[in-house]
Design a protein around this ligand. Structure first.
Ligand code: NIG
Ligand code: FE
Length: 418
């Protein structure tokens, strides 16, 4: 017997529409006084209350949402989920004038998180990451991409992936895994990034491929870390092993990584603060998503990517937190919408599709999630707000009070209940 749940008393239902990214954000619609019928974990009907009531079975469970707003759960397509340690001290040093690059050169930054992640037990890493996933859920995030990259050796990278496997099984937030072994040059290969890439290509990447749970490979393609030739070699090896690519490119310096992402047919190029106009056009031609990470620009007090130029070039934009301990320590996709509207020059609608439908499509999931439409999975975030606009208009607030995950409440009245 199918279980039907009717969610009524919604002051607004706000969603994009479609099964692929909406580049221009023209599909976004608001329904006032709507209702949503959920059956067996999927959306059976969504729209004006009367239309939904007309098809609601008499024995459906009915929940009055008391004037809340419904939006699709956010999708976060770039997170560094699993790590140990703490870099709040480093954050304060930055406030006193040190730069991210200075700190990295002094053995801090990613290297410091690598030391702590190597030392941490699997259990401790899993407990920490579970807490982060709970915080994400409380902020309306239903699906994430999650990267390894704080181990930089076989044992510690595989330990991070084990934690992701474990949490994929046990936690309601849906996870799509990325291997980021080339996040930084490990101490064992200091001054020899090419040697480390040789090692990854020959030893570790094939082992990761065997697991069958990792879809993407990523690299920190950056001046002084992995430059273009090493990046091309590693990414080509990943393609040969059947992975898809997501790439950290042109974050701190204009190296041409965005062009490389396009050349290799990467699913997404991320950061892109220093991408050239030519590389933007190449990304558009290749169908490579431009994933904007405005939280990183904010937290590093740096330059923002030129979102308008990416749109003019014909790129499809997604938005992400880049959740990590150093350059963007937040899980709030609503805050990314606010930063996108205020600092990337995006409209509210563009920012909204950036954290929902477009982010879902960049993970190949827009046929299942990313919008509130019949047949899609019932991943719904409810806001204690009269309209979705409050996500940005009343900024810095977590408006999410309830989250339905695959048709079941995983958050109710701001408390985890899965
Ligand atoms: O996406 N740029 C490289 N990686 C992360 C930062 C990671 C860290 O500082 O720990 C990023 O910004
Ligand atoms: Fe990142």
């Amino acid at each position: 017997m199918s279980h039907c749940l009717l969610l009524e008393g919604l002051s607004e239902i706000y969603t994009a529409q479609g099964t692929c990214a909406d580049r221009e954000a023209t599909s976004v619609r608001a329904v006032r006084n709507g209702a949503i019928l959920v059956s067996d974990g999927a959306i059976a009907k969504v729209g004006p209350r009367e239309e939904v009531l007309a098809v609601t079975p008499a024995d459906a469970e009915r929940v009055d949402m008391g004037g809340k707003t419904a939006v699709p759960c956010f999708v976060d397509p770039h997170t560094h989920l699993v790590w140990g340690g703490d870099r709040s001290d480093e954050f304060n040093r930055r406030l006193h004038g040190a730069t991210y690059v200075d700190i990295a050169k002094g053995g801090g930054g990613i290297k410091s998180t690598v030391r702590h992640t190597r030392e941490a037990s699997r259990e401790d890493l899993a407990a920490r990451a579970k807490k982060t996933l709970d915080t994400m859920l409380l902020h309306g995030v239903g699906t994430i991409e999650a990267k390894s990259g704080y181990g930089l050796d076989a044992d510690s990278e595989l330990k991070q992936l084990d934690v992701m496997d474990q949490l994929s099984e046990s936690h309601p937030v849906e996870m799509h895994q990325t291997f980021l072994g080339a996040h930084e040059v490990p101490p064992e290969y200091q001054g020899n990034p090419g040697g480390y890439i040789d090692y990854l290509n020959a030893e570790l990447l094939p082992r990761v491929a065997e697991r069958g749970t990792v879809r993407y490979v990523d690299i920190f393609c950056e001046k002084g870390v992995f430059e273009l030739e090493d990046s091309r070699r590693h990414m080509q090896r990943a393609l040969d092993l059947g992975f898809q690519l997501r790439m950290h490119v042109d974050e701190l310096f204009p190296l041409g990584g965005a062009g490389l992402a396009a050349e290799l047919g990467a699913v997404s190029g991320d950061h892109l603060v220093h991408a050239s106009k030519r590389d933007m056009r190449a990304m558009a031609d290749a169908g490579t998503f431009a994933t904007m990470l405005p939280g990183t620009s904010f937290f590093l007090r740096g330059q923002y990517a030129d979102a308008a130029a990416f749109m003019d070039a014909g790129c499809t934009l997604a938005l992400s937190t880049d959740y990590n301990p150093g350059s963007s320590h937040t899980v709030s996709q609503a805050l990314m919408m606010a930063l996108a509207c205020m600092n990337l020059g995006m409209t509210f609608e563009q920012s909204f599709v950036g954290v929902t439908l477009n982010a879902a499509d960049s993970l190949g999931q827009a046929h299942r999630i990313g919008s509130l439409e019949e047949g899609k999975i019932a991943d719904i975030a409810f806001l204690d707000a009269p309209s979705a606009m409050y996500l940005v208009y009343f900024w810095g607030i977590n408006h999410v009070t309830d989250v339905l995950k695959e048709g079941r409440f995983a958050v109710r009245n701001r408390a985890i209940c899965y």
